[in-house]
Design a protein around this ligand. Structure first.
Ligand SMILES: Cc1cc2nc3c(=O)[nH]c(=O)nc-3n(C[C@H](O)[C@H](O)[C@H](O)COP(=O)(O)OP(=O)(O)OC[C@H]3O[C@@H](n4cnc5c(N)ncnc54)[C@H](O)[C@@H]3O)c2cc1C
Length: 361
């Protein structure tokens, strides 16, 4: 039976990242995901925005997170020859209320922003920069932010992992604590069997369905976005974030989101969410909605914890079972750096930062 150092369950942002970091440390990895492939559809775009929430708080260890993500994107482009994974044109955060303008200006003073990451734009600068941005009281502009074309990025990442000899299996599988030997027995639906010393659950919003992790306070929040097509070329590249967000994909398409639905039974799209997103669109942009038609409505879910930070580390009772979850709404920024921390913990026993540890619960 083929043996691996680790079997990773989930090939989304967290699973690909931890598989890669373990491989970089010389470990053999089996990556399992029944719902994706190297050519899977997925979210067309996501924002990398280190100024988070209503108050534009600087993200936890933002500089390290950004460096790790940028290095990975460079590696992906180099190794696959795909140079269209991101739009590196910044993110504007218009203050659409006076209160937001106060918060944003406070944020500039309150946090130690790395040089060149962010600056304030007065109202007239905002309208000169992009006349389609709606009424505002000025804006934060994040040069450090950018748009990632997530479906392309993840498919490219899975290709890279295969090229690096990560064994990728896009089928249903289960793990069992091995009774005969140490570690785990992995059973794939087609009857393939593997052995792994470690198992890492990185299954996004499905992680709370794994019985072994039911004790964690993982909170699932549904989110919906609308995918619009404009009747003309949209002549800006930057992302926009103002009680919602907008990202251009191609010359004419615009993704606008997202809802935050804390109580839900399924991931079906709803009319109520579509109405909410139209309101967000009208707050962010002036005179655009009449030029847009809806191409698709998409729904997904993210996972958060009470301190809004990811959770990584080992299970308290099951030896060598670990988790990588709760990337929340900033999955892109967290994914690579937090994977480095988890890989160092598993391979070199480096302690996990307390604020991310399983132990905090
Ligand atoms: C509407 C919406 C908009 C968002 N916008 C942004 C944004 O602009 N910027 C940003 O940074 N983040 C954004 N996020 C958050 C981001 O998508 C998440 O943080 C991120 O996807 C979490 O990564 P993950 O790997 O933990 O989970 P996922 O990306 O969900 O990946 C989990 C993987 O596990 C697989 N899986 C499930 N069950 C199993 C199983 N039993 N066995 C094996 N594999 C399994 C799934 O198929 C999936 O591929 C958004 C989320 C939503 C819902």
């Amino acid at each position: 039976m083929k043996s691996f150092y680790a079997a990773v369950f989930g090939a989304g942002l967290s699973g690909t990242a931890i598989a890669h970091e373990l491989k970089k440390r010389g470990k053999s990895v089996l990556l399992i995901d029944p719902f994706v492939s190297e050519n899977a559809p997925g979210p067309p775009a996501g924002l990398v925005n280190p100024a988070t929430g209503r108050r534009a708080k600087l993200l936890w260890r933002a500089e390290k997170c950004l460096i790790a993500l940028r290095e990975l994107i460079d590696e992906l482009s180099l190794s696959t020859g795909q140079h269209d994974l991101i739009s590196d044109s910044g993110v504007i955060r218009p203050a659409i209320t006076e209160e937001l303008a106060v918060y944003f200006k406070e944020s500039l003073e309150k946090y130690k922003w790395p040089d060149g990451w962010v600056h304030w734009m007065e109202k007239d600068e905002v309208s000169a920069f992009n006349p389609q941005i709606g009424p505002n009281h000025g804006a934060l502009f994040l040069n450090s932010g950018f748009t990632v074309f997530v479906d392309r990025y993840l498919n490219c990442y899975r290709q890279l992992l295969r090229k690096k000899d990560v064994e990728c299996i896009y089928k249903h599988a289960k793990y069992f604590v091995s009774e005969e030997e140490s570690g785990f027995r992995i059973e794939v639906e087609d009857d393939q069997r593997f052995q792994a010393d470690h198992v890492i659950v990185a299954a996004g919003h499905q992680t709370p369905l794994f019985n072994d992790w039911k004790f964690l306070p993982l909170h699932r929040v549904k989110g919906e976005v609308l995918w619009f097509e404009a009747d003309h070329d949209l002549d800006w590249d930057h992302g926009i974030s103002a009680m919602g967000y907008g990202m251009r994909v191609g010359r004419k398409d615009l993704i606008v989101g997202s809802t935050y639905e804390h109580h839900f039974d399924d991931l079906d799209t709803t009319e109520e969410a579509a109405n909410q997103i139209h309101k967000k669109l009208n707050k962010m942009f002036s005179g655009l909605s009449g030029h847009l038609s809806v191409k698709a409505q998409l729904a997904g879910a993210r996972v958060t914890t009470p301190n809004r930070l990811p959770v990584i580390g080992r299970h308290p009772d099951i030896k060598n079972l670990s988790i990588y979850s709760a990337l929340g709404s900033t999955g892109l920024l967290f994914s690579q750096y937090v994977a480095e921390l988890l890989a160092d913990h598993l391979v070199s026993d480096t302690p996990v930062p307390e604020e991310l540890a399983v132990k905090r619960f």
